[in-house]
Design a protein around this ligand. Sequence first.
Ligand code: CTP
Ligand code: MG
Length: 216
Amino acid sequence: MIGCILLAAGKGSRFGDKKQFLELGGKRILDYSIETVESLPQIDKVVVVLPQDSIDLKIKMSKDFEKVVGGSERQYSVYNGLLHLKNCDIVVIHDTARPFATSKMFLDGIENVKSGWDGSITAYKSRDTVKEVLNKKVVKTLDRESIYIVQTPQTFDYQKLLYAHKKALSENFLATDDSALMEREGFKITVNEGSFLNFKITYPEDLELAKALLKR
Ligand code: CTP
Ligand code: MG
């Protein structure tokens, strides 16, 4: 059984609003992810993680789905979603702030985990040179060939991810993605093909970019 957690419990502090509920091309930003997941017969159950004060949000889905309340950090929102997805073999986690994730990104991740990887993360090779800078001083230039920009969906073996989350929780380890929790336990994670266009709406300018893309 394959479950999916759609994260929509963020506060949008950098954006200045709960961006996942704002309108983009005639629907809410989170509706893009809901529709993509709805169209995939491979996904059996969906958990939509929402802020406490938005738990009554109307969601249209014909699949088995549940709304659950998120936590103060993304990691806690995922953990709460995991607790509502018992009996799953594979779980896919996706930020609803990424409206342009493709079905292929979901399916490639699922295929990778089915073929034996503990996890698969959507990522693309950095187009830019990446440097480490500390106190405005350049410390190091990273080898671009091995630098990947990481996105969601991220797909995992359900039991292993649950284990990694419980361990992180007990050790007060907090990360910005789920793969990081798996990596520190030594699980084998691979990448599936992401895209520059699968950007996350983080700042208002990202929503402007998304609107401009839809107009073309
Ligand atoms: N998210 C969540 N629960 C949280 C924090 C984030 O479900 N406590 C979700 C967001 O709704 C978003 C995704 O995780 O879909 C990626 O997070 P991010 O872009 O950081 O969104 P916010 O946390 O809302 O924004 P900010 O960090 O600027 O406050
Ligand atoms: Mg955040």
